[in-house]
Design a protein around this ligand. Structure first.
Ligand code: GFB
Length: 335
């Protein structure tokens, strides 16, 4: 049964995927909501395991669920790990949504992705362009899994009256990102590549593709703030896009990251690498009508993300003095 404004105070709130970039931003943001936070480490709960998820929900009975767990990665990870992206993301969605329903969860938010929209849909991408055309081939398995999640939310809402909602974030970046050289998204990939080039004195950095695709980017703490806002104020079967409302070419993004990192060499483009969708800019008018807009500019966000990358690698170096270990983010991860 839908109720807005929806209270988080003193509710038991489960952040599924709290170890990932989105989940950890939600945990940071929830600290000011006086909610009783519930989390489950991957080692204690595999969200792909239906019996384990059912048992966990029966034991903990969360009143509120943020479904931020997903297997995520950049264009290459999506294209190569097609079976894992489809299976893991489908399994996580069906298990968590069904268990939330079966255990009387009052409200659930499902986090999708802007890649669910057709590759050549009119820009900016409106929520109602869903399923109006073919998907971008490099991320079709991930998109299909996320579309299934959206449809589950819609179906549980209409058949059972569950107060479940779906949000579609744009391309995200920020603290807690994955910096794998091949499997990460573009912002962390470029932060790492420019940083390493600066340290080694390299004179050229290679950026994938033509540099011409356009992408919209949102700092992950802005996303978390939008999610809390929508959890409290939004209740509808219509999904909501979450973005900054502005996009930029990959070539200009590379210049911005190089400037933030302090790399002064040349930038070249490897056109043997895929461009993916030519443009991905969300129409954020539905979100704006709810009274929310992004606050962290791209320039500020890249500065924050670079600082967080430096903190990460400094932490790892200090950790290695005590206990040598491999790279923390060794591949695409389940967020
Ligand atoms: O971030 P990214 O992998 O996400 O790539 P997508 C965005 C653009 O940056 C593409 C270019 O045109 C890439 O070719 N790019 C340039 C790079 N250099 C690099 C680099 O070093 N690494 C990466 N990764 N890209 C993903 C989807 O697509 O976006 C997922 O595959 C998900 O399903 C995610 O939706 C948000 O926007 O192309």
């Amino acid at each position: 049964m839908a109720r807005t404004p929806f209270e988080l105070k003193r509710k038991s709130v489960f952040v599924a995927g709290h170890g990932g970039m989105v989940g950890s931003a939600l945990v940071r943001r929830l600290a000011s909501e006086e909610a009783n936070l519930l989390t489950a480490a991957r080692s204690e709960l595999d969200l792909r395991d239906q019996a384990a998820v059912n048992a966990w929900f029966t034991a903990n009975r969360p009143q509120v669920v943020f479904l931020a767990a997903a297997k995520v990665g950049g264009i290459l990870a999506n294209d190569l790990l097609r079976a894992e992206f489809l299976y893991d993301n489908l399994a996580i969605s069906i298990n968590v949504i069904q268990a939330a329903h079966a255990n009387g969860c009052e409200k659930l938010m499902f986090c999708g992705s802007s890649c669910i929209y057709p590759r050549l849909a009119a820009q900016p991408l409106r929520e109602d362009s869903l399923l109006t055309g073919p998907l971008e081939p490099t991320n079709e398995p991930y998109a299909i899994a996320k579309i299934a999640g959206v449809k589950m939310v819609e179906a549980y809402r209409s058949q059972y009256g569950d107060d479940f909602i779906s949000v579609m974030p744009t391309n995200l970046y920020g603290s807690g990102d994955n910096y794998h050289p091949e499997y990460s998204h573009v912002v962390p990939a470029l932060i790492r590549r420019f940083h390493e080039a600066k340290l080694s004195g390299a004179t050229n950095v290679v950026v994938w593709g033509t540099g011409m695709p356009r992408r919209e980017f949102l700092y992950v703490d802005d996303l978390a703030d939008a999610c809390i806002h929508l959890m409290k104020t939004y209740s509808s079967p219509e999904l909501v896009n979450i973005g900054s409302g502005q996009d930029i070419t990959i070539a200009d993004l590379a210049l911005a990251v190089a400037a933030a990192v302090g790399f002064r060499g040349e930038i070249s483009f490897d056109t043997s690498r895929p461009d993916g969708t030519p443009r991905k800019l969300l129409d954020v008018s539905r979100l704006a009508k709810t009274g929310w807009q992004a606050r962290i500019s791209l320039e500020e966000g890249i500065r924050l993300a670079y600082q967080s990358y430096l903190d990460d690698i400094n932490g790892q170096q200090q950790g290695m003095l005590v206990c040598p270990r491999g790279e923390r983010q060794g591949g695409s991860s389940r967020a």
